[in-house]
Design a protein around this ligand. Structure first.
Ligand SMILES: [Zn+2]
Length: 400
């Protein structure tokens, strides 16, 4: 077979090892290596299936990738023998490439957690959002695939903030209700929890409708969790009530998060409550200082405090269900040092929660570790809707 983008044995091994020699298909996880009958033998039953096809006219197409790109480990998903067969059966129609990529991503995230000694409560992720109509021309007609760590960047009016609100709208349909007063909204989101769910959401003149997994529903009863913070939130924490509202928590739960925060070795050392008022004891560049109210704390420290609380809340929640922390231009107000420090803290703090940061900051883009996928939004749409990898967004690691 000439011109087939087959994997080398070294690549196959990378794909297998990244999967922990377990099937990556959602809810399968079958082990593909084990003892043979002879004490000196091992049995191998796994296969590296192609996400985009090895052959140019293969079942799932090439996705616009070159032969060399389709030979990369990134284009392979490790499977048990049975799933390897069914992935290529029926001309590859049963499992589309986008689903295989998401399963690979989820399975590898779980294995990474296990290698690091973490508990395996990570149960899902938000895989993609397709925007058909929205009050941002730059988003329309595009599908955004979402990783664990994302940065959305682009010029003004490219729709970055609207994208974060659309992601949050499955749990908070008010976002779509608001937007649909200006323009019809039509969008679809796919997530795993760990079952696959698809919701199509439409907004018309302030009225929102949902079709969840093929059935109309008044609202999504068990959505994924989103925590959306923007620059304005930073200055809106007068008291415990407003802080709890920001995190969509009740007062008792918010108080518990604050108590937990004091133990984490971060900037928050103690939070004392008097009614709804809070007295903050924080680490200011190595000095412990107390503040009678949040407004008295300087801006960059306010940001680190909020990120610490948001990361803690997101991390806890992600152990129970898919959780997405969305930071809309939250870090751009600060100098480079604060931005980089905030990103590093967040990287560890969020653990298995997904994170997306909207940012214009060249520093943030330059300093983000390579597992942050950078999505550049353009102000105007182009016509590449049929090619899954050729939307006019560029998804690449920032150091590429
Ligand atoms: Zn399997």
């Amino acid at each position: 077979m000439a011109n087939r983008a087959e994997f080398t044995s070294a690549t196959r091994r990378i794909i297998a090892e990244r999967a922990g020699y377990q099937c990556s298909v959602l809810n399968c996880g079958r082990l593909t290596v084990g003892p043979g009958t002879d004490p000196r033998q091992t049995v191998h039953t796994g296969v590296a299936a192609h996400i985009y096809s090895a052959a140019k006219d293969g079942p799932r197409g090439t996705g616009g990738l070159s032969d060399a790109e389709r030979r990369e480990p990134e284009n392979g998903i490790w499977c048990c023998a049975a799933h390897g067969r069914s992935i290529d059966a029926d001309d590859g129609r049963v499992f589309p490439a986008v689903q295989l990529r998401a399963w690979k991503r989820l399975h590898e995230a779980r294995k990474a957690a296990e290698v690091n000694g973490g508990a395996i409560h990570h149960v899902g992720l938000v895989e993609s959002i397709a925007v058909h109509s929205a009050p941002a021309a730059g988003l329309e007609g595009r599908t955004f695939e979402l990783g664990m760590r994302n940065i959305f960047t682009g010029p003004n009016a490219s729709g970055k903030s609207i994208l974060t609100r659309l992601i949050a709208s499955v749990a908070h349909p008010d976002h779509v209700a608001d937007m649909s007063r200006d323009r019809d909204v039509d969008m679809g989101v796919r997530w795993f929890d760990p079952m696959t769910h698809d919701v199509a959401t439409a907004g018309r003149g302030g009225i929102v409708t949902h079709v969840l997994d093929g059935r109309p529903v008044p609202y999504v009863a068990r959505p994924y969790k989103t925590i959306l913070l923007n620059g304005q939130h930073r200055t809106k924490i007068g008291n415990l009530t407003s802080l709890a509202q920001m995190f969509d928590l009740n007062i008792a739960a918010m108080s518990s998060v604050l108590a937990l925060a004091a133990d984490q070795g971060g900037v928050i050392k103690d939070v004392q409550r008097e009614g709804m008022r809070m007295r903050w004891t924080v680490d200011v560049d190595g000095r412990i200082e107390s503040f009678d109210n949040y407004e008295a704390i300087n801006g960059s420290l306010q940001t680190l405090i909020l990120l610490e609380l948001a990361g803690l809340h997101a991390r806890h929640h992600a152990r129970a269900e898919p959780t997405f922390l969305l930071l809309d231009e939250f870090l751009d107000f600060h100098n480079a040092g604060v931005q980089v420090e905030a990103l590093q803290r967040l990287q560890a703090a969020a653990e298995h929660a997904q994170v997306a940061i909207v940012s214009h900051s060249p520093v943030l883009l330059a300093e983000a570790p390579c597992d942050w996928a950078v999505t550049e939004l353009a102000p105007q749409p182009q016509n590449h809707r049929d090619n899954p990898l050729a939307y006019d967004i560029a998804t690449k690691p920032p150091d590429a």
